[in-house]
Design a binder for this molecule. Structure first.
Ligand SMILES: CC(C)(COP(=O)(O)OP(=O)(O)OC[C@H]1O[C@@H](n2cnc3c(N)ncnc32)[C@H](O)[C@@H]1OP(=O)(O)O)[C@@H](O)C(=O)NCCC(=O)NCCS
Length: 159
């Protein structure tokens, strides 16, 4: 497995991965109004805007997951369904933690949809603590979508 920055020419592929993995994990647990907003084009636009921050996991020459760190927040972590349960997500999470730590972040956090049990189990295995439900404003075209989410936290070791 290789971890690397995202390339401009794979924006569509990564947006497709994000779109599929997001709906796979959230379609049954998030409000239908939010699910309707999260179209392929919406993911593509958001991905393109953040491309320099996107870190990709490549397996057998194929992009199978990515993460996006924003300051002290692990903003996104998604792995394609066929690549789950194989350590890809753990490698991406370790990379995200290392990058935050190198940037001076000691107290990292992330938002997880309430009821996303697989993700919650995964973060718990990696030493992240569920600090409970908080309110988050999610970016949507022309505004924000207000949602209760689980806040996970981890104290990162000094680099
Ligand atoms: C969340 C994600 C990154 C984790 O990666 P992964 O490769 O699936 O993680 P792992 O397989 O190492 O760990 C998942 C754990 O949850 C368990 N699990 C699977 N389905 C579960 C469920 N429905 N409820 C509870 N636990 C579940 C697995 O058995 C595993 O635990 P184990 O190692 O003790 O057996 C990946 O599943 C993913 O991309 N999901 C879709 C998008 C998503 O939810 N992203 C996170 C947004 S916060």
């Amino acid at each position: 497995m290789q971890l690397r920055g995202a390339r401009e020419d794979e924006t569509d592929r990564l947006a497709r991965l994000w779109h599929e993995a997001w709906h796979d994990a959230h379609g049954a647990i998030l409000p239908p109004a939010l699910c309707a907003i999260r179209t392929f084009d919406n993911f593509r636009e958001r991905l393109h805007a953040q491309l320099p921050e996107v870190r990709v996991a490549e397996l057998g020459g194929k992009a199978v997951g990515f993460h996006i760190v924003r300051g002290d927040e692990l903003d996104q972590l998604f792995v394609a369904a066929p690549a789950r349960g194989q350590g890809v997500a753990a490698a991406l999470l370790a990379d995200a933690e290392a990058r935050m730590s190198a940037a001076g972040v000691a107290d990292a956090w992330l938002a997880c949809a309430i009821g996303n049990q697989r993700a919650a189990r995964f973060y718990g295995k990696a030493g992240w603590r569920n600090a409970g439900a908080i309110h988050k404003s999610l970016p949507i075209p022309g505004g924000s979508f207000e949602l209760q989410i689980w806040r996970f936290e981890k104290v990162l070791p000094a680099p």
